[in-house]
Design a protein around this ligand. Structure first.
Ligand code: MN
Length: 729
């Protein structure tokens, strides 16, 4: 360095420091300024012989960081002092105790936190997750540490030209992967965008330069467009007392580049390289109202795309971001994004959290607090692997959450891709267990339906519903997952208990006791895991009682039947024992069949079996309305069937329709015949008058068709009855 250079550099540093003080003149008092000057002197002294890789005095760096902290992040005097001193103990060899003695424990604590992050970052053999961990711990200690760290990194990125190529790429990558998302989460959108752009500049230089150039070339056209766009709106707002300014905001280079790549189109085809921002100067109590007034002026003039309306005024993002966004068809037929917000909202949007603090008392910082406590919980969970930590952190960083309304107007926050079922569990685990669907914005939806931000969801429950294994495949919240798992486990134990009872009862008939030897024998034979597995297999009828009997009584039974499909089992029976027929008998527990609901067959009816997918065999009447269709379409699945002759099975519920003239005492006449004369079990009777006529519905338990024929005959003989017929329901 030549002797002339020194005073010139000194002047430059003084100039920059004065600019720093000036930019904070509206928030710093004389005492603050005094302390800041003192910190500056100490830093100047410690760094006096140090230079940056660019050759500039090192002091440029802490002064620039302090200015970002003050001006762009909006922090106060303590943070400015900590920023000025942030490298004095690490590089300058100043003891931390001296910082503490002269500037207090608050400043010293922040400086110590910054040193800790810096030390970790520069150690080569730590992985990224370790960096995350330390960063986040420092956030939980004092959020100013991370805010100053972000300012520090932003300043380095702005000066990165002077670093070696290798360092440039390394810093750019780290900034992109770690600091930009962090800035985003903290609501520092401007810092985040600049970090992304600068990272791109050093990793994708060609693309970066080309987009910068194209943006420059289109500036004039853009400004003209904005003027034309706003003219009619300003005319509409004339006379209304709203004070606003308009800005054309181009998107960040990086986000334009991302669009170009994602949509695989040239720059010229990206319609939303810029947004129009309308910023209102309006008092707090009027801001919502005024924002919506501007919104109507805009959408009265230009047609909006309703799916692109983003209302972060009613429900701010968890980072505190408040704004009203809409996309409308502009004068030339192209989509234009319009952002409407108050000055206060704009301040928060640009400067994030710190600006939030300045408006403290106006709005709760619930979102950030919640996020920080989530992060703290993750860190405090022992044995969490580094990968898991990074993943959970990334997940949290993406800020992808949706807000769902309950019918009573409550708001629930859920992660992106949350389903109706997740929401049900969010309300209460009992609601989750019994959820069968929902009304989403008044429309029916399944439990699997993925919810969208702002949906109004009313859960529908049924007491017969219970958690199913496949639910785990589509729920996303950990609450729903753990509750379902827990319930399945409990259910399995209960099912096993029933199964055990079933087995014990059977064994008693065969005069075998159910003890460890017996169960061990069965577990071995059926190749099962344990007793629970055995009992639940019995409950679910995966194991046939006859096979169990054979195994235990040592009869010949070589096959393992544990997982045979129900329909296959029956097919075997039919071909071996019963020739061509499937014999239906309620008492035969080896046969898995059900009576079809569409025609409710009863013993004596002509019937056939139909092999269903997953529900075993269904027995239909030959006269079933579905019979022809089933035979035509699925002939190969139709099986001949008949009732076992000597059936003394239980009764079947038959519905009978009676039509006649309205006759007094009809109900008692009918029940007389059914209950007293025929001694049948009547389950329901309903008579509906229609003028002089009536239509009656009767549900009776019948054991055989012969009984039914008899009953119908008798009913038709009642005075006033025209017809009595069996119906299919
Ligand atoms: Mn630094």
């Amino acid at each position: 360095m030549t002797p002339e250079e020194k005073p010139r550099e000194h002047k430059q540093v003084i100039y920059r420091f004065k600019a720093l003080l000036k930019s904070g003149s509206h928030i710093l008092d004389s005492k603050d300024i005094q302390r800041i000057k003192e910190a500056y002197k100490l830093a100047a002294d410690v760094h006096k012989d140090m230079r940056r890789s660019s050759g500039e005095p090192y002091l440029f760096h802490p002064v620039a960081v302090a200015r970002i902290v003050l001006e762009e992040i909006g922090l106060g005097a303590t943070s400015v002092i900590a920023a000025l001193l942030h490298d004095t103990t690490r590089f300058g060899g100043l003891p931390l105790s001296e910082v503490e003695a002269r500037f207090g424990s608050e400043v010293a604590g922040i400086v110590a936190g910054l040193n800790r992050i810096a030390a970790i970052n520069h150690s080569k053999d730590t992985d990224q997750s370790e960096n995350y961990r330390n960063l986040i711990i420092s956030i939980s200690e004092d959020i100013r540490v991370i805010l100053i760290k972000l300012a520090d990194r932003l300043e380095i990125m702005r000066s990165l030209n002077h670093f070696s190529k290798e360092q440039q790429v390394a810093k750019a990558r780290e900034t992109f992967n770690l600091y930009a998302p962090l800035a985003h989460k903290l609501g520092l959108y401007k810092v985040k965008s600049e970090m992304e752009d600068l990272s791109m500049k050093f990793t994708e230089n060609e693309a970066y330069k080309s987009i910068i150039k194209k943006l420059k070339n289109t500036t004039a056209a853009r400004n003209k467009f904005i003027r034309e766009f706003m003219e009619p709106i300003e005319a509409r707002l004339q006379g209304q007392e709203v004070d606003f300014e308009i800005k054309g905001r181009t998107k960040s280079v990086y986000s334009i580049w991302k669009k170009i790549q994602k949509q695989n189109v040239p720059f010229e085809k990206i319609y939303d390289v810029f947004a129009i921002r309308i910023i209102l100067d309006t008092p707090l109590e009027k801001e919502k109202n005024d924002c919506w007034r501007i919104y109507s002026a805009v959408t009265d003039e230009y047609t909006p795309n309703p799916s692109r309306l983003r209302d972060w005024i009613s429900v701010p993002k968890s980072s505190g971001y408040e704004s009203l966004h809409t996309t409308v068809v502009g004068p030339d037929g192209r989509w234009v994004e319009v952002q409407i917000r108050s000055k206060r909202m704009d301040d928060i949007a640009e400067r994030g959290l710190a600006a939030h603090w300045r408006y403290k008392g106006i709005r709760q910082e619930a979102g950030i607090d919640e996020w920080l406590s989530q992060i703290r919980n993750i860190i405090e969970t022992p044995d969490i692997s580094p990968e898991e930590l990074v993943n959970s952190f990334k997940l949290n960083l993406q800020n992808q959450e949706i807000f769902i309304f309950t019918p009573t107007g409550d708001l629930k926050k859920l992660p992106l891709n949350a389903t109706v079922l997740d929401f049900a569990f969010e309300i209460h685990s009992q609601v989750g267990y019994h959820c069968v669907g929902a009304k989403v914005n008044q429309k029916n939806a399944t439990i699997r339906e993925v919810l969208k931000n702002g949906d109004l969801v009313e859960i529908i429950t049924s007491k017969n519903q219970k958690p199913k294994k496949d639910w785990l495949n589509f729920v996303v919240t950990s609450k729903a997952k753990s509750k379902i798992k827990q319930s399945l486990k409990e259910n399995e134990l209960q099912v096993a208990n029933y199964g055990k009872e079933m087995l014990a009862r059977r064994l008693k008939n065969w005069k075998i006791t159910l003890d460890d030897t017996t169960s061990a024998k069965l577990i071995k034979h059926f190749k099962l895991k344990d007793a629970t597995d055995l009992y639940s297999s019995i409950f679910h009828e995966k194991i046939e009682m006859s096979t169990i009997k054979a195994v235990l009584l040592d009869e010949k039974q070589p096959e393992v039947h544990d997982t045979v499909e129900p329909q296959k089992r029956v097919v075997e029976r039919k071909t071996t024992k019963f020739d061509d027929y499937l014999i239906i008998d309620e008492k035969l527990d080896q046969v898995d069949y059900r009576l079809a609901k569409c025609c409710n067959p009863i013993p004596g009816d002509a019937i056939f079996g139909f092999v269903t997918i997953g529900e075993g065999i269904k027995i239909h009447r030959e006269t079933c309305p579905n019979a022809n269709r089933l035979r035509e379409k699925y002939g190969y699945r139709v099986m001949r069937a008949k009732w076992r002759e000597e059936t003394e099975s239980g009764a079947f519920l038959v519905t009978i329709k009676i039509v006649g003239f309205d006759e007094l005492g009809m109900v008692s006449n009918i029940s007389e015949i059914v209950s007293k004369e025929m001694k049948l079990n009547m389950r329901a009777i309903a008579i509906e008058s229609k003028g002089n006529n009536f239509v009656g519905t009767l549900k009776v338990l019948i054991e055989h068709t012969s009984q039914l024929g008899n009953l119908l005959n008798r009913l038709q003989k009642i005075k006033g009855v025209q017809r009595a017929i069996r119906v299919n329901r």
